[in-house]
Design a protein around this ligand. Structure first.
Ligand SMILES: *[C@@H]1O[C@H](CO)[C@@H](O)[C@H](O)[C@H]1NC(C)=O
Ligand SMILES: *[C@@H]1O[C@H](CO)[C@@H](O)[C@H](O)[C@H]1NC(C)=O
Ligand SMILES: *[C@@H]1O[C@H](CO)[C@@H](O)[C@H](O)[C@H]1NC(C)=O
Ligand SMILES: *[C@@H]1O[C@H](CO)[C@@H](O)[C@H](O)[C@H]1NC(C)=O
Ligand SMILES: *[C@@H]1O[C@H](CO)[C@@H](O)[C@H](O)[C@H]1NC(C)=O
Length: 650
């Protein structure tokens, strides 16, 4: 009896043990049947891109649930290195940067994850996700076997990949595949040793089971430098492409295995001064249907674009920065709202897989808080000492942002006129070295603007000894192509007539910190009235109270700048991004509810660079319920760009 019972018990324990060890989760490629296999079963993903770094953390769940309800079984995200390693060895994975929390949420909601940890990501993100501090070595060859670059990559991946490892599908997590680099075949370096190094680095941290892959343009020329033995080669292309031809490019690199479009474009990116990109739902539905009927795996880029808050937007060449909104004309808007495109895509997916039952979460409500009266605070010229925590650096010739250890924002370059300029005299950047836009003032009075590739000369007048201030704005680093070593500030000398200007005082400005710490409130006199078109870069402030007695406030809203030209805006110290209605096409900025307060008055701080409508008034900003991203632009661009053509971004 006793013997029998314990034998039975032993049998049970062995059986349970066998079940748990016999079938750990697996995800791999079946080359024989041209498909993925998940736990041994044929598997195909229908995925959408969402970048956690472009959405406030409180909204991650809302957006992911909407993606799940559209019928997706996976999501795709980048991990931008510069969002996490702000200075060498200083990491931030908290709050809006808590990427493992994001992965956990996706898993909890029933979504798998396709992870793209770079190190380079492109993504219309500052410097393609590479940290600007890499440029401290002036001659660094990014995205190559350059030893300085590799050392930094090794250190970063040594931090990041161990955090990711528990989230791999094999380890019980949601991550089914991991991308190595990004569209490397579009980069000039074509350094196979670099790709080989990344492959063994990823393998050493993540193990041998995980599917590693690459993504490149759907053309043999891209796949030549972008693909590598041991990395599964996938392609990207937009609606309207010849799907058969595009996938036969993938077959050039991968004669067998699943067909994968890693970036199927649901919309397209924008640039300041260029028409807002729109992509028709009909074209998306047609191509999506075609790909799915071939059994292909598809990731829709973007499913929700979100926002380039703060200074995070990138730029293309000829220098053309992207706006603050990354709406992308995606199926979910920048604010996470449902669109006709969303439901049309859902209808296509329905034909191929069972989609979840039940109602789709509604769009989040918006509230029009109305007009907020703004008043002048101080100018950059007057506040330079307060804003520059370390004080000015004296230098014969201009220093770049990175030489000053500044990554983003604004630097003030100050000198005095060496000679009388009683007649208008050209102040020039003969080497086109204003990166990216400079606001020139004489003795605190605005006198002109210089802009990279567009305006290299402005006239000034003044007397010998007069104070010349040149405030230089970093408008976002180039994120694509061979010019990603994008130094900011005055990267070459300015000349007055033909004389090189010397003996500068350079103020590295900590504007974000000064606003958070309330330093701009300290009794600065307001500006004298001037009727000229330009006014010097200056701060303005206003506040508003969220009304009582209305349920569910605060709600999201959009801020509008009637009569304002160009600048940066903060609400309660949160840097919302750049506004530039004067150039367009973006006119309103998305304001997420989580930065608003119901218990205190909400503080709006504006740095207007060119001319506020305050003098004389009325001078207000306005909160409205409607996004406007498609204003008409006066074509300032010297090139016309086609949708989905990455060559047009070079
Ligand atoms: C698409 O490409 C395939 C393969 O290159 C070609 O045979 C076919 O004619 C193309 N279809 C169209 C509509 O151009
Ligand atoms: C600068 O002034 C000169 C005359 O003094 C004029 O010819 C020239 O057009 C002006 N340049 C600009 C950029 O305004
Ligand atoms: C400015 O000119 C000086 C002398 O011509 C040169 O040594 C220096 O490198 C230049 N500075 C920049 C930032 O180009
Ligand atoms: C706005 O500024 C006022 C005055 O400094 C302060 O009392 C208030 O707490 C601030 N509001 C928020 C939401 O931080
Ligand atoms: C912008 O989009 C709105 C809404 O779709 C449309 O009504 C309006 O005509 C568009 N404006 C321009 C200038 O294209």
């Amino acid at each position: 009896m006793v013997f029998e019972r314990s034998a039975a018990l032993l049998f049970c324990i062995v059986a349970v043990f066998q079940i748990t060890v016999a079938s750990p989760p697996t995800f791999n490629i079946d080359y024989k049947h041209d498909c993925f296999r998940k736990d041994g079963e044929v598997f195909r993903y229908i995925s959408g891109s969402i970048h956690y770094n472009r959405i406030p953390r409180v909204y991650w769940k809302d957006r992911l649930l909407k993606m799940y309800m559209a019928g997706l079984n996976a999501i795709q995200t980048y991990i931008p290195w510069n969002f996490h390693e702000l200075d060498p060895g200083h990491y931030d994975f908290s709050g809006d940067r808590d990427v493992t929390h994001f992965l956990q949420l996706a898993q909890d909601l029933g979504l798998l994850v396709i992870l793209r940890p770079g190190p380079y990501i492109c993504g219309e993100w500052d410097m393609g996700g590479l940290p600007a501090w890499l440029l401290k070595n002036k001659d660094v060859v990014l995205r190559s076997s350059d030893p300085d670059y590799i050392a930094a990559v090794d250190k970063w991946m040594g931090k990041l990949l161990p955090l990711i490892k528990p989230f791999l599908y094999q380890n019980g997590g949601p991550v089914i595949t991991v991308q190595v680099e990004n569209e490397y075949g579009s980069y000039f370096a074509c350094d196979y040793n670099y790709l080989r190094h990344l492959t063994s680095l990823f393998r050493s941290h993540l193990g041998n089971e995980v599917v590693l892959f690459t993504t490149d343009g759907a053309g043999v020329s891209y796949l030549k430098c972008g693909s590598l033995q041991g990395l599964y080669a996938t392609v990207d292309f937009g609606p309207g492409s010849n799907v058969t031809a595009a996938f036969s490019a993938q077959r050039y690199a991968e004669p067998h295995g699943p067909l994968v479009n890693s970036e199927f474009y649901t919309g397209w990116l924008d640039h300041w001064g260029e028409k807002h990109s729109l992509v028709s739902t009909a074209a998306i539905v047609k191509s999506l249907n075609e790909m799915l009927s071939l059994g292909a795996n598809v990731n829709m880029y973007m499913f929700i674009g979100g926002t380039n808050f703060g200074y995070w937007n990138g730029a293309n060449t000829k220098y053309a920065p992207q706006p603050t909104s990354y709406d992308y004309d995606a199926p979910l808007t920048e604010a996470g709202d449902l669109t006709d495109k969303y439901f049309a895509i859902r209808d296509v997916i329905k034909m191929y897989r069972k989609i979840p039952q039940g109602p789709v979460l509604p769009s989040t409500p918006k509230y029009a808080y109305g007009s907020v009266k703004m008043s002048q605070l101080t100018t950059i010229t007057k506040a330079a000492d307060i804003l520059s925590f370390g004080g000015p650096v004296k230098t014969m010739y201009p220093l770049t942002f990175i030489e000053l250890n500044q990554k983003f924002g604004y630097v003030l370059y100050r000198t005095t006129l060496p000679v009388d300029c009683s007649k208008p005299t050209p102040l020039s950047s003969p080497m086109n070295g204003v990166h990216d836009r400079a606001y020139v003032s004489m003795n605190g009075v605005a006198s002109g603007i210089l802009e990279r590739n567009k305006v290299i000369t402005t006239n000034i007048t003044g007397k010998a000894g007069d104070q010349l201030d040149v405030l230089v704005e970093n408008m976002g680093r180039i994120n694509y192509g061979k010019e990603i070593n994008d130094f900011k500030g005055l990267v070459s000398n300015l000349t007055l007539a033909s004389q090189e200007l010397r003996d500068w005082e350079v103020f590295s400005l900590s504007i974000d910190e000064a606003i958070t710490e309330g330093l701009l409130w300290e009794g600065n006199p307001s500006l004298p009235f001037r009727s000229s078109i330009l006014s010097p870069p200056a701060f303005y402030t206003g506040s508003f109270i969220i009304p009582d007695g209305i349920p569910d406030l605060p709600q999201d809203t959009y801020i509008l700048f009637p009569g304002w030209k160009k600048g940066q805006v903060w609400i309660n110290g949160f840097n919302l991004g750049r506004y530039w209605p004067d150039r367009g096409p973006q006119v309103t900025l998305f304001v997420p509810a989580n930065i608003l307060s119901t218990s205190a008055s909400n503080n709006v701080t504006v740095l207007e660079l060119e001319g506020a409508p305050c003098n004389p008034g009325p001078c207000t900003v306005e909160f409205t319920t409607m996004a406007v991203l498609n204003a008409t632009v006066t074509s300032l661009s010297d090139q016309t760009r086609q949708l989905f053509r990455k060559e047009d971004l070079l």
